[in-house]
Design a protein around this ligand. Sequence first.
Ligand SMILES: Cc1cc2nc3c(=O)[nH]c(=O)nc-3n(C[C@H](O)[C@H](O)[C@H](O)COP(=O)(O)O)c2cc1C
Length: 330
Amino acid sequence: MDDRFFEREYNPYESDASLMESKSRHADFADISVNICGIAMKNPVMAASGTFGFGEEYAGLYDISRLGAVVTKGLTLERRCGNPPPRIYETPAGILNSIGLENPGVEGFIRWEWPRLCRSGIPVIANIDGDNANDYYRMARRLSELDGLAAIEANISCPNVEKGGMAFGQHPESAYEAIKAVREGTNLPVIAKLSPNVTDIRQIAEAAVNAGADAISLINTLQGMAIDIHKKKPVFHRTFAGLSGPAVKPVALRMVWEVFEAVRVPIIGMGGIASWQDAVEFMLAGASAVAVGTANFIDPFAPLKIISGLKKYLIGQGIRALNEIIGSAH
Ligand SMILES: Cc1cc2nc3c(=O)[nH]c(=O)nc-3n(C[C@H](O)[C@H](O)[C@H](O)COP(=O)(O)O)c2cc1C
């Protein structure tokens, strides 16, 4: 597919003469680089936490340095084995997952994954999950010792075990507490990853920014469940699980829109992004970058297709730089 195809797609009534004129005016160049709180990315497409492991499986398919950035699987202070199966269950427009944060722990990550990941040549963002504020602080501090880590993304969807298991990200006060702990533990950029399982996402985003978050990423999975009609029991051992994929996209887009109006830090948008058209919608709503999650399981090349689609979209629209469209639907 060449650029002209895309121009035709977006301007079906444009004459050939004006098409050629616009092409010569704008040439074949579009700058899709973005900078998120000091993280320089050659394109805005990152791999979402938990759907890309530590990059190794995908590295067998393509050069992962073609991505804008990689976010690691969620790390905890100690290693975790995760939940018993089933861990993933398909729904008509997405998946439910209950992985239970299987990961090698911060020390295991540093020892086994980081030496390879740090040579990828792109920004690597460590995603962390704490049981309490002190965990967040200790992990942020330890990871900050790594030479070359780009940022820390604090997943605040995890339960606060000291407050009865309610997720940190479900109340402004506990969201503030978790992000403050990360902020105190690091000088790296801090990205607060928000849970959509709240009434007003703007309040949580504001609390995270007040606690020192340099950027916001959203959304994590939406809480859902499935029931096995033969066993007459919930499918998952923990009853509830996280819904992701195309089903959540409209909700995620709405939340990016709301958070863009509420805070003045960059937003990393995710939730059901499977095509470059989805990515454009998120950027028009206010995302400065996007993360691809569940779509990796359907088509591991989805992030690369999104990168090239974004470029062609800009060229077709005669827009020189991706930055120009961020939030422009408001
Ligand atoms: C199997 C699976 C595992 C995930 N693990 C994590 C995780 O460890 N930490 C985290 O912050 N988000 C995790 N997520 C959430 C994704 O990063 C993303 O926020 C969410 O799935 C919405 O994007 P999507 O619809 O493109 O998948 C996980 C999602 C899936 C599907």
